[in-house]
Design a protein around this ligand. Structure first.
Ligand SMILES: Cc1cc2nc3c(=O)[nH]c(=O)nc-3n(C[C@H](O)[C@H](O)[C@H](O)COP(=O)(O)O)c2cc1C
Ligand SMILES: O=C(O)C(=O)c1ccccc1
Length: 410
């Protein structure tokens, strides 16, 4: 399997479709994945195995779920045009970002507190991503430390997502950035839409905030951070382990300070991070242009899967406008509402160079740990490859897969 920047081999091109071929070749002897190939069934099946609180947390969205529902519906407004008598055998799914070649255009979206879905949590996901040649984006709210995730991810490509503390905690931010750099995270993804949690009725009904549980899950990065540890001791006169509840609440306040930074503050991150910086949560042309003006390297067109602000537009609807405005000046990634291989093809066609998947792999993690995440990633890559092949589109590159490949149906 190709890792970053190694040449893509014929075997790499064939790998996504090998999953399907194996099922049919082996028939009933095929060792079944832990759950279905039908992507629409992942969500209801995960519901059956999760506690009400964990389920409410992952499936839950802001407000009346209007933004969430629009995210899903937006994909159905586009059709992929099928072309005949074109040889698009084993389409090349590779994509290049910041001078690095990635074997797959699919990435693991940053998702916090993964141990509430499976005791292996981020270790299972980071291992699965590495085995499938998929980019792992690590959340600031992980229930596993930066160093342990890096170990599990091994040679796999990995980026670090920052929940950005306020200026009073710049020393903590610097410490975290240094740790991420040292642990081999190459790109910084700064999430802009979550300086406070959205209005989430399901979590409020369950009285559920993963940080504030008695076993304080999701605070691992803070609890293992020497600067956070020192500051906590100075302020409270005791060590973290002497008062886990207070420390967890303190870490939650640190990474969700309740107020947004301004565009000017990005200079601070630029000064303290030597690699590319990507802003996650962009939804307008104006903000995308501001990102370009601020010298950023990439944006993730995302509305956080509809979990933050309700009543907004679907993320996919915003993508082509933004791509047309700034696509030649900045790298564009996308998430929110991706549920199957055809969805990935559509997001790529509408201007994304990389597509992040959120809830689907969390359902895989819930249903089958590392194998479950691998099954989700293999299914999505396999279906994407199959879709492009049958549509006569030989690759995922912008020169081949673009708006001309789609028809707007409604
Ligand atoms: C359970 C859960 C936790 C998440 N935690 C984070 C996080 O820690 N940092 C972040 O930037 N985004 C977080 N997200 C948002 C995802 O990165 C992504 O934007 C979103 O899930 C995409 O929408 P989708 O679930 O429809 O694919 C989280 C999403 C879910 C479902
Ligand atoms: O739930 C989220 O969307 C999110 O970003 C998060 C992750 C961990 C803890 C709190 C919020």
């Amino acid at each position: 399997m190709a890792t970053n920047n190694t040449a893509i081999t014929q075997a790499d091109l064939e790998a996504p479709l090998a999953y399907e071929a194996e099922v049919y070749r082996k028939g009933l002897k095929f060792e079944r994945p832990p759950f279905t190939f039908q992507t629409t069934d992942w969500e209801p099946q995960a519901k059956e195995v999760l506690s009400a609180s964990a389920w409410g947390y992952v499936y839950g969205s802001a407000g009346q779920r209007e933004t969430h529902n629009k995210n899903l519906a937006a994909f159905k407004k586009w059709g992929i045009i099928p072309n005949r008598l074109v040889d698009a055998n084993y389409p090349d799914l590779s994509t290049t970002l910041f001078g690095e070649k990635f074997q797959s255009p699919i990435a693991i979206a940053p998702v916090g507190v993964q141990k509430i879905f499976n005791p292996e949590g981020e270790i299972a996901t980071a291992t699965a991503a590495s085995k499938e040649g998929v980019l792992y984006i690590m959340s600031s709210a992980s229930s596993t430390s930066i160093e342990d995730v890096a170990k599990a991810n091994g040679e796999g490509p990995r980026w670090y997502q920052l929940y950005w503390p306020s200026n009073e905690d710049n020393d903590i931010t610097i410490s975290i950035l240094e740790r991420a750099k040292k642990a081999g995270f190459t790109v910084l993804v700064v999430t802009l839409d979550t300086y406070m949690l959205g209005w989430r009725p399901s979590d409020m009904n369950n009285g559920y905030n993963p940080f504030l549980r008695p076993d304080s899950i999701g605070v691992e990065i803070g609890f293992t951070d020497p600067v956070f540890q020192r500051k906590f001791k100075l302020k409270h006169g005791k060590d973290i382990k002497e008062d886990l509840g207070t420390a967890a609440a303190e870490w939650a306040r640190t990474i969700f300070p309740g107020r947004s930074h301004g565009w000017d503050n990005l200079k601070f991150l630029r000064e303290n991070w030597s690699g590319p910086i990507v802003l996650k949560g962009i939804q307008t042309i104006t903000d995308a242009q501001r990102a370009v003006a601020a010298g950023m390297d990439g944006i993730v067109v995302s509305n956080h899967g509809g979990r933050q602000q309700d009543g907004g537009p679907s993320s996919l609807e915003q993508l082509p406008k933004i791509a047309r405005a700034v696509g030649d000046k900045i790298s564009i990634l996308f998430d929110s509402g991706v549920r199957c291989g055809a969805d990935i093809a559509k997001a790529l066609a509408l201007g994304a160079s990389m597509v992040l998947v959120g809830r689907p792999y969390v359902y895989g993690l819930s249903l089958g740990g590392e194998e479950g995440v691998r099954h989700v990633l293999k299914s999505l890559a396999g279906e994407l490859s199959c879709t492009l092949h049958l549509a006569g589109i030989p690759g995922a590159g912008r020169d081949i897969l673009n708006e001309d490949c789609l028809v707007r149906e409604v």
